[in-house]
Design a protein around this ligand. Structure first.
Ligand code: SF4
Ligand code: SF4
Length: 288
């Protein structure tokens, strides 16, 4: 939501990290499970983001996805967590793509499979995807889950099982980002400000592999040489939370990056100059 009197932008990721740090200073790894996407965040003891990966390729596993599944199963959203815990045999799902998972859920319902077993199967598939995301930032204790899905007991139980760490859960995890934003605002009123340096990975993993381009924002000075070098036009220079110029993957290609970028090795073989060789600060890395 746009606030007409806003005079600064702070990213949602930084706000979640700060909010969770306020409640649990010992947390070093956060899984932010929101309505639209899912993020794995590494955080230091002062609530600063040190590494972050987002999987925003599709709606599968997000709050919006669970709303849709609750609707298909004819259950109130608030009840799907407890219902999943009653499962005896989780049904394996081939996908958590929002469209296909919906069709699978409808087909299972028609076959008479219980709602609990359907939900437990979806939680299993989603938690495996969350675990893979968390591994990309390296999982360190303590661990926490923020945002609305942290209130879903069935999902939290499955993620706890997969990650092998019991998450520290705030009383109102859906408000962690708001709390963080308020703490940043308080800092500004008190004349404090912290420069944040972190690695930001853009991309996703899917059935064919892992496709992440990572920018080390501590090293990037926003010179734009990678933008000029990229033959596919994948990169742009934008502004971070503190108004500093930083390179990033264009929003328009983040969900299809492995189609627009052949990967570092293939790009190097085909082009004399690419984003890596052009960068004077060694700020870019590829996972493929
Ligand atoms: S590897 Fe090549 S195509 Fe991919 S982002 Fe870098 S310059 Fe662009
Ligand atoms: S070339 Fe390197 S330092 Fe320059 S904007 Fe790109 S990532 Fe940042």
């Amino acid at each position: 939501m746009l606030v007409p009197f806003a005079n600064e932008n702070v990213s949602e990721i930084s706000c979640h990290a700060r909010g969770i740090n306020y409640s649990f200073p010992s947390v070093r790894t956060i899984l932010d499970m929101g309505g639209q996407d899912c993020k794995a965040i590494s955080v230091d003891g002062e609530g600063r983001v040190t590494n972050f990966v987002m999987n925003d390729k599709c709606a599968g596993g997000t709050g919006r996805f669970l709303e849709m599944i609750a609707d298909v199963l004819g259950l109130p959203l608030a009840e799907i967590g407890d219902t999943a815990l009653q499962s005896r045999t989780a049904i394996p799902f081939n996908t958590i793509c929002a469209v296909f998972a919906r069709s699978e859920a409808v087909a299972y319902l028609r076959k008479g499979v219980s709602r609990a077993d359907i939900l437990a199967g979806l939680n299993e598939a989603i938690s495996v995807r969350c675990l893979n995301l968390l591994k990309r930032v390296s999982i360190q204790s303590d661990f926490s889950i923020s945002d609305g899905i942290a209130k879903n007991k069935g999902m939290v139980a499955k993620i706890t099982e997969k990650v092998g760490l019991k998450p520290l859960l705030a009383e109102d995890p859906q408000l962690a980002g708001c709390l963080g934003a308020a703490l940043f605002a308080k800092d500004r009123v008190e004349g404090k400000g912290k420069r944040e340096e972190m690695k930001i990975a853009y991309g996703y993993s899917d059935g064919t592999g892992e496709y992440y381009i990572t920018f080390d924002t501590g090293k990037c000075d926003g010179c734009g040489k990678c933008v000029e070098a990229c033959p596919a036009g994948n990169i742009e220079v934008g502004r971070n939370d503190h108004g500093q110029p930083k390179a990033m993957v264009k929003d328009s290609v983040r969900k299809k990056i492995h189609l627009t970028c052949p990967g570092y090795k293939a790009c190097s073989a085909a082009n004399q100059v690419n984003c890596h060789s052009a960068c004077p600060n060694d700020a870019i890395s590829h996972s493929w």
